[in-house]
Design a protein around this ligand. Structure first.
Ligand code: BDR
Ligand code: CA
Length: 319
């Protein structure tokens, strides 16, 4: 099984990604760090611990990470998308476990050293913790087998500015550092996460499940769907973070996923937070780009919703 560190800003679609990863037979989740994004890092940790309890996996350790971004203070997150508590106002049974004393960046470095060459990282929030971990342990790119990042917009508009996606645009300095580091990166941008959606029928299936975790996810999606209704014109949602989780465990076939140079704009202009992906020649069959180490997932072979639903409705395996 692949050992994983998850970095998240829990968040409704982060909750879906966590549930997916817990159910994935390929993955062994060793630890979770939280970062501010959808909610404050401390709130994200509470949500994560409560979700782990509901999933019957309260032993998985959670560490709180960065509250503020590199160049600016956390400003309250995205309550219009995820609700004031980050999980659509749903009240989960409270966990008994508390976060660890170590920070998320310290946890990542420790797990990378303990699982050298094998650890996989899934980052589905701003990249503040990951950049901090790179500073604590410059050998991190050698120690980590690969990092999958939900973030960016290659050929489509951003979602917090015309060009910036939230996870990159909230902390462009951190993202620039992480994407420039020499590790194997899989980038899962809005191009693919906005073109794979969960529909109302899927939410109703979750609500009808015997699993308390699946039912809670169905409740949260009610809130999330209201936001996405303004974009898609019907009750449904994008699948950002769970799609990145499936890519991280190699569980979905990729149709278009070239390995290309990607740079993050961390300037002060209108492009701040943009992921500039060099997709020249993509239509010619991706001529190799020397030194490129970022695989940009643009298109899947199949609709992701059935795969995600099967995972969310499956019982969570015991530890
Ligand atoms: C990303 O931003 C957050 O709001 C979501 O959880 C996802 O990780 C989408 O842009
Ligand atoms: Ca997220």
């Amino acid at each position: 099984m692949l050992p994983f560190y998850l970095d998240c800003d829990t968040g409704i679609d982060d909750a879906l990604a966590l549930a997916y990863l817990l159910a994935a037979p390929e993955a062994r989740l060793l630890g979770i760090g939280t970062v501010s994004g959808n909610v404050a890092a401390a709130t994200g940790a509470v949500n994560t611990l409560d979700l782990l309890r509901l999933a019957g996996r309260p032993e998985i350790p959670v560490a709180v990470g960065a509250h503020d971004f590199q160049a600016r203070a956390f400003d309250g997150g995205a309550p219009h998308v995820h609700g004031a508590n980050g999980i659509g106002g749903v009240a989960l049974p409270k966990a008994e476990a508390a976060p660890l004393a170590e920070s998320a960046a310290e946890m990542l470095v420790r797990l990378a050293r303990e699982n050298a060459g094998e650890l996989r990282v899934l980052a589905i929030g701003p990249l503040t913790n990951i950049a901090e971990a790179l500073r604590l342990e410059p050998r991190l790119p050698e120690l980590v087998a690969e990092i999958t990042i939900m973030g960016g917009a290659a050929m489509v508009p951003g979602n917090i500015s015309p060009l910036a996606e939230a996870n990159i645009g909230n902390d462009p300095e951190a993202a620039r550092e992480v994407l420039a580091s020499p590790w194997n990166i899989k980038l899962v941008p809005l191009d693919v996460t906005m073109s794979n959606v969960l529909e109302e029928e899927h939410r109703l299936e979750l609500l009808a499940s015997d699993s308390p975790l699946a039912r809670a996810l169905g409740e949260m999606l009610g809130y999330y769907y209201r936001f996405y209704e303004g974009i898609f014109g019907r009750a449904c949602s994008a699948m950002h973070d769970p799609l990145a989780a499936a890519v991280a465990v190699d569980a979905v076939a990729l149709r278009t996923a070239p390995v290309v140079h990607v740079e993050v704009d961390a300037g002060d202009g209108p492009g701040r937070g943009q992921t500039v992906c060099d997709l020249r020649g993509v239509h010619l069959g991706y001529p190799e780009q020397p030194g490129a180490h970022c695989q940009v997932v643009l298109e899947l072979e199949e609709d992701f919703a059935p795969h995600l639903m099967a995972a969310l409705l499956a019982p969570v395996p015991a530890a």
